[in-house]
Design a binder for this molecule. Structure first.
Ligand code: MN
Length: 197
């Protein structure tokens, strides 16, 4: 089966002014699209050609001979997940099951926000900040480059792309401002709740 570029769940200008249409034009239309194109080229004619994305990722993680396939397929998955983690008018404190789970595992929503901001700001170079579920406990993690919790037995619930291409046109070097704005104005907690169940 071909690896496909998912449709954005909203128009490209829907996240303005937090994330500009120009950023989404490049980030989705160029970066994400290129990962899809490269992933399809790299798996063509290999034993991975007919596997779904999750299986390709889990079967190539840590294999240096398969780094190209891992990097491109994981980036396709990470970006498809990232778009769904945002919505116009989102962000702020959650409700529903995730709100109770955050209070149980972090003590408060504020602690979660502090941990996510810290993970995103301290990821050296390119990567991702995550809220994940592991052994039925919520945790905040960060991964470098294309790496993804999916490949390490963890269940992703929320991610923030901290590659420069995610924020540089709108925030330049102010990654912490992008992280704050993402958490205050964009998080799609309905999606996070759907991942938790
Ligand atoms: Mn990205």
């Amino acid at each position: 089966m071909a690896i496909t570029l998912m449709e954005l769940p909203y128009p490209k200008d829907a996240l303005e002014p937090i994330i500009s249409a120009k950023t989404l034009d490049f980030h989705y239309g160029k970066h994400h699209n290129a990962y899809v194109t490269n992933a399809n080229k790299l798996v063509a004619g290999t034993k991975f050609e007919n596997l779904d994305l999750e299986n390709i990722i889990c079967q190539t993680v840590g294999d240096s001979a398969k780094a190209g396939i891992f990097n491109n397929t994981a980036q396709v998955w990470n970006h498809s997940f990232y778009w769904q983690c945002m919505k116009p008018g989102g962000g702020g404190a959650p409700s529903g099951p995730i709100a109770e789970k955050i209070n149980a595992d972090f003590g408060s929503y504020k602690t979660l926000v502090d941990e996510l901001k810290n993970a995103g700001a301290t990821q050296f170079g390119s990567g991702w900040a995550w809220l994940i579920l592991e052994n039925d406990k919520l945790k905040v993690t960060k991964t470098a480059n294309a790496d993804t919790p999916l490949a390490h037995g963890q269940k992703p619930l929320l991610t923030i792309d901290v590659w420069e291409h995610a924020y540089y046109l709108d925030y330049q070097n102010r990654r912490p401002d992008y992280l704050s704005a993402f958490l205050e104005k964009l998080v799609n907690w309905d999606f996070v709740n759907s991942c938790l169940s």
